[in-house]
Design a protein around this ligand. Structure first.
Ligand SMILES: [Zn+2]
Length: 119
């Protein structure tokens, strides 16, 4: 029975974010897996074998997960895991401060930008 009409129940499979512990539809979360070198890496296809940890694509959730050491537990790692790679992924895909000014960077990008594929 669904009594809350304002929050529609996701139709697909639901997973729990290891950061904030909220449940969300699989497609709204990022899947993280452990590679052979005990590094936590993003599984873009969400189909890598083995255990996966699910996380919102949000820096807050990553920080929460790191703080409570959720990754070794969720991924059943024997020891400490290397989260540098996933930190880099979040730097690129989930900026910490969405309102951070980036004017100096974009101006250099514009100055050095050259059109490609003109043939
Ligand atoms: Zn979360």
């Amino acid at each position: 029975m669904n009594t809350r009409s304002e929050t529609p129940t996701p139709s697909g499979p639901v997973r729990t974010c290891v950061g904030c512990r909220k449940r969300a539809s699989r497609s709204a979360l990022v899947r993280l897996v452990l590679d052979a070198a005990a590094r936590v890496v993003v599984d873009p296809g969400r189909s890598a074998p083995g255990r996966g940890a699910w996380l919102h694509p949000s820096r807050e959730c990553l920080d929460l997960a790191l703080r409570r050491r959720a990754f070794p537990r969720a991924l059943h790692a024997a020891g400490p895991v290397d989260t540098d790679a996933v930190g880099e992924w979040f730097d690129r895909n989930a900026p910490a401060a969405p309102d951070a000014p980036e004017e100096n960077e974009s101006s250099t990008k514009k100055a050095g930008w050259k059109p490609m594929g003109t043939r």
